[in-house]
Design a protein around this ligand. Structure first.
Ligand SMILES: [Zn+2]
Length: 188
């Protein structure tokens, strides 16, 4: 079972090189991206949405043109293991999620997904073989219309200079930048 243009083993090697180790979440994410593409027409200019910051964004960045840095991948942390690939013009897209009803046959995979035992007790070889065998069979697919605020999230209008820190910031955020208002606490 291939993952886009990679064999399973080739993709595991790519994951090791990019992510630092053969993270189960990135490998599952590869099957999820592959599945999403099967439901999308050729030639669409795609944007991506990841519903978790963990692992899934790396699968998207390895297998699509969408990265956090180029702005075509939006990460919103609702903590669901799900992604959407969608037409950047109109928000039409496909959402792929892990269908918890389909995990039962895959004991080690289910244990990993729900964090039912400590990582050091995890049988990594069994887990990877179950991921390989299950493929996208543990996933569900939905047609979705991505919300306007997600599509517009990264377009933040014109920039000004924050009167407090004197750095550039989006004026739409208010009279001060979000770091200086304390709305986003970044440093102590
Ligand atoms: Zn500031």
């Amino acid at each position: 079972m291939n993952i886009r243009n990679y064999t399973f083993d080739e993709f595991v090697e790519r994951v090791k090189a990019f992510h630092g180790y053969e993270a189960p979440g990135v490998i599952i994410g590869g099957f999820m991206v592959d599945l999403a593409y099967r439901f999308l027409p050729e030639g669409w200019l795609l944007d991506a949405l990841s519903e978790t910051p963990k692992c899934l964004p790396d699968a998207i960045q390895l297998l699509t043109p969408c990265t956090v840095g180029n702005g075509w991948l939006t990460v919103v942390n609702v903590g669901r293991y799900a992604l959407a690939l969608y037409n950047k013009e109109n928000g039409d897209g496909v959402r792929v999620f892990v269908d918890t009803d389909k995990l039962d046959p895959w004991t080690e995979l289910k244990t990993w997904f729900f964090k039912l035992k400590p990582k050091k007790e995890q049988d990594t070889a069994l887990l990877l073989s179950q991921i390989k065998e299950a493929g996208s069979g543990i996933c569900g697919v939905q047609k979705v219309q991505v919300a306007t605020q997600v599509i517009q999230r990264r377009r933040r209008g014109s920039l000004g200079v924050c009167p407090k820190c004197h750095e550039g910031y989006p004026l739409d955020d208010g009279p001060l930048c979000l770091a200086c208002t304390g709305k986003e606490l970044l440093y102590f």
